[in-house]
Design a protein around this ligand. Structure first.
Ligand code: TMP
Ligand code: ASP
Length: 241
């Protein structure tokens, strides 16, 4: 496999083509962004930490039957992934009320939910990722009804795998965001989980102290951001350098 030209530079990752049109290199940078790119900073060791955490979680999800774009770790900061045509929506599952849901409905952050709540957001930094429903997605043509149902089912299935995985390490999976797409080599094939699963895209609280161990440490200027990401990695058994 040969790495070729840069295809896309996102807020925290850069994607490169390879000599195989169906495969991409995903490079995790140290850049950290929040509030849709308004707050940006470089955090030392973030790229390598998130690359390792993502590889570990994607491996666990794959083993549990959730198909993902992850192929293998390439080096400290890079992973080989299947090239996907992404659906421009973000799938969020919440086990505990926090973040935008707490603000939107005036509910205290930390309120336990009797069942997981699923939400779709339209992926647009310019619009600050507005909340949308199935009709918006289907009628505006972002995904068909089958893919909408499948995104929901897969995102909830991920909860069944990851909630206990984190709980075994004394960590509460408060909420998380997933993105899906179809392989460009198989556009009518199954949906694959794309993007990443790292503490950048979820909320993780210590089960006994409720200490935040995720990107809210950066958003809210709590400090020790990467130290806590690395603590999560160690606690769930991710090998770090
Ligand atoms: P929210 O409370 O801001 O709606 O976010 C819910 C979860 O989804 C939280 O863990 C952060 C994650 N998320 C992202 O990583 N990126 C996004 O663009 C959005 C909307 C949420
Ligand atoms: N993930 C989004 C961003 O990078 C939202 C956030 O993290 O606050 O802007």
């Amino acid at each position: 496999m040969e790495k070729r030209r840069e295809l896309y530079r996102g807020k925290a990752k850069t994607v490169y083509a390879t000599d195989d049109p169906g495969l991409l290199v995903m490079h995790f940078r140290d850049d950290t962004s929040a509030f849709d790119g308004i707050k940006v900073s470089q955090l030392e060791q973030k790229g390598e930490t998130n690359n390792r955490i993502n590889a570990y979680i994607m491996g666990k999800l794959g083993a549990a039957g959730v198909a993902t774009h992850f192929v293998r770790l390439l080096n400290e900061r890079e992973s080989l992934v299947v090239s996907l045509k992404m659906i421009p929506v973000e799938c969020v599952v919440r086990n505990v009320c926090a973040g935008s849901m707490a603000k939107r409905y005036g509910i205290a952050e930390g309120t336990r939910l009797p069942e997981p709540i699923f939400e779709f957001f339209y992926k647009s930094d310019a619009l600050h990722d507005p909340l949308v429903n199935d009709d918006h997605i289907r009628i505006l043509g972002w995904a068909n009804a089958r893919d909408i149902a499948e995104m929901k089912a897969l995102t909830l299935r991920v909860n069944q795998v990851l909630k206990p995985l984190f709980a075994d390490a004394g960590i509460e999976l408060v909420d998380y965001k997933l993105e899906f797409g179809h392989a460009i080599s198989d556009p009518t094939g199954p949906l694959l989980l794309g993007d990443e699963f790292t503490p950048d895209g979820c909320r993780l609280w210590d089960l006994s102290t409720e200490e935040k161990l995720d990107k809210d440490r950066f958003r809210r200027d709590l400090g020790s951001v990467i130290e806590k990401y690395r603590e999560v990695a160690t606690r769930i058994g991710v090998p770090l350098q």
